[in-house]
Design a protein around this ligand. Structure first.
Ligand code: ATP
Length: 208
């Protein structure tokens, strides 16, 4: 299967771009959505998290208190590593499982932290890295508008992610999202044609 890794900084427009690809019939496999699903009540991953961090991370309804967990690992690098050792393999396995059944000419794997995990490792998982890029000032404006956060809080989130330069250096393809939605759609359509052709060429090569 020909897979495209879609990534980008906070509020760069990843979800909007995913939706445009989905509207063209492309299967989207979303790591954020999977990260939520794998810790649902009754899952082995939730049991492992509770085993490591304690029952106080459960809400009264049995759901994981994700906010509390985030705060806990934010301040403690060892706790964060332990958490990632539990969740990352589970997320990967579930992405592979969904990818195997999703079909399509090609697939989009939406992975916000794809580049943060290292470009070389990213390339083991996907054929191409597609970065949604926009100026940092615009990212900050979008975060502030959407989350009603302060400029300082928005800047802090950006600072904790890979830099715009690092992400662009890892990119095979770039969508520049500083225009309107029509502009975004036409960039997505051009890439859709490119990816569909590349996936078909790849299949022909394998068949020969
Ligand atoms: P996050 O990293 O927080 O998940 P994201 O990268 O998925 O964000 P989106 O949710 O797609 O980004 O976009 C962030 C916000 O900016 C949304 O409110 C979205 O509607 C808006 N937005 C994105 N692209 C455009 C655009 N081209 N024109 C106008 N608004 C846009």
């Amino acid at each position: 299967m020909y897979r495209i890794g879609l990534t980008g900084g906070i509020a760069s427009g990843k979800t909007t771009v995913s939706q445009l690809f989905a509207a063209l019939g492309v299967p989207i496999i979303d790591s954020d959505e999977i990260a939520r699903d794998i810790v649902a009540p009754g899952t082995a991953t939730l049991a492992a998290i509770i085993g490591r961090f304690g029952r106080e991370l459960l809400q009264p309804d049995g759901q994981l208190d994700r906010r509390r967990l985030r705060e806990l690992v934010f301040a403690d690098a060892t706790a964060r590593r332990d958490l990632e050792a539990i969740t990352h393999p589970a997320i990967r396995a579930e992405m592979d499982r969904r990818s195997a059944i999703a079909g399509g000419d090609y697939q989009i794997l939406a992975i916000p932290l794809l580049v943060e995990g290292g470009a070389a490792r990213a390339r083991e998982r996907v054929e191409r890295i597609l970065v949604v890029d926009c100026p940092e000032a615009l990212q900050i404006r979008r975060v502030m508008a959407r989350d009603r956060s302060t400029e300082a809080a928005a800047r802090a989130v950006l600072a904790a992610q890979a830099s715009r330069e690092a992400r662009l250096a890892a990119a095979d393809d770039v969508i520049v999202n500083h225009g309107d939605l029509a502009d975004l759609r036409s960039q997505v359509e051009a890439l859709h044609t490119q990816y569909r052709n590349a996936a078909r060429d790849g299949r022909r090569d394998v068949a020969q």
